[in-house]
Design a protein around this ligand. Structure first.
Ligand code: SF4
Length: 378
């Protein structure tokens, strides 16, 4: 919250004319108190209200059909990532009710974007030079559940609003396609063969959050650790190259040392490739705030450090095993690229001399640490 308010302040200083939109927009009074000079405040997805505000203040800037000769803004819109990768948001909202999360109360239940619209955006991004699409949402594997997997038309051909169908179609665009925030529903197994065939990246970002049954129940997460381990084994059997990423919360209210040990045990057994870990912090309005037995801050931090130390060992061994191999990378900037196992900003990188941003390259790996690989451009 504080960060968002600071960002609004910075935008006001830089530009002076600011419309606030998104989740924070539901706290209108708070924003007005701190920044009385913002032009308008709207809630999430309220495009009409944003457009009304824009029209009211910038009357001449009415949207016109795209004119390639005069428009500076490309038809696919402006994105804030480098030119060679882009996030593709396929839905908004979530049907789960994890007790630590307030997204459903702010953004509502799952609303999937029509498949034709998603594919059009993906194709336009590829035409604009994007080499990697990062598929995101609050719950990627639930794509289409809200519209009962309705059939849409893409290039005149019928296509279901469904994650597997979407992955198949994206897999034909000839670029890297990376899946994020995949809840481990059974049908996720169907995308693993697409990874094994090289259609989409062998990378799965599945937020497990915890492994102790008691804590998962308190979090209202339906998964069970044994089943998850079985699934991971099966995914690796059908696509040995797969990199599995996950995030976890430690120090959730009621987490005992025994629960935490179960989590460390799971980590050891799962041998995940990439892991993020947060010490639990209460969010205004989250149901978990009413749970008893809060874990003291120092203990939460200590558990986070122990968890990360355990994962660093696992990661170091996994990365060491890549020494001597030649890996394909997408160069983010000269000297730094990412392999198929590395999502931008959250995973490690591959370092080398040279290279051109936005190009694919091959790197022979000769060194590794806990997070990154190092090598020679081939
Ligand atoms: S944590 Fe993720 S799955 Fe759970 S309610 Fe929030 S958005 Fe949904």
């Amino acid at each position: 919250m504080q960060e968002s308010l600071e960002a609004i302040g910075e935008a006001l200083t830089e530009n002076g004319k600011v419309v606030v939109t998104g989740c924070l927009g539901v706290k209108k009074e708070l924003i007005k108190d701190v920044h009385p000079s913002v032009l308008a405040i709207t809630g999430p997805h309220d495009t009409p209200a944003v457009m009304r505000a824009v029209h009211a203040y910038f009357g001449k800037m009415r949207p016109q059909p795209h004119n390639p000769y005069v428009d500076l803004v490309p038809p696919q819109g402006i994105k804030l990532t480098p030119a060679h990768y882009a996030y593709l948001k396929i839905s908004e909202g979530c049907n789960h009710r994890c007790t630590f999360c307030i997204i459903p109360s702010m953004r509502g239940d799952l609303v999937s974007r029509p498949i034709a619209e998603v594919m059009l955006e993906a194709e336009n991004l590829v035409k604009a030079g994007v080499k990697e699409l990062l598929v995101i949402s609050q719950d990627t594997s639930a794509y289409g559940v809200d519209v009962k997997y309705r059939t849409g038309f893409v290039g005149g051909r019928p296509m279901k609003t469904r994650m597997v169908d979407l992955c198949q179609a994206l897999g034909q665009l000839g670029i890297w396609v990376r899946l994020h925030y995949v809840y481990p529903y059974p049908h996720v197994d169907e995308v693993i063969p697409l990874m094994a065939e090289g259609k989409i990246l062998p990378y799965l970002d599945v937020p497990f959050q915890h492994a102790a049954p008691r804590i998962l129940k308190l979090m209202k997460r339906p998964a069970s650790a044994e089943k998850v381990l079985e699934r991971i084994r099966a995914w690796r059997a059908s696509c040995p190259e797969i990199a599995i990423r996950s995030t976890f919360i430690v120090g959730f209210p009621g987490e005992t040392e025994a629960d935490f040990s179960l989590l460390l045990q799971f980590l050891e057994q799962a041998q995940l490739d990439r892991v993020g870990c947060f010490a639990y912090s209460p969010v205004d309005g989250a149901a978990a705030n009413d749970l008893p037995d809060a874990v003291p801050a120092a203990l939460k931090e200590e558990r986070r450090a122990r968890f990360m130390a355990a994962q660093e060992k696992i990661s170091a061994v996994k990365l060491q095993a890549k020494i001597g191999r030649t890996v394909e990378v997408l160069v983010d900037e000269p000297g730094t690229g990412r392999s198929k196992a590395d999502a931008p900003e959250i995973d490690g990188v591959v370092r080398f001399r040279g290279g051109e941003a936005g190009r694919f390259a091959k790197v022979l790996i000769n060194r590794a640490d806990e997070h990154d690989l190092y090598g020679e451009l081939q």
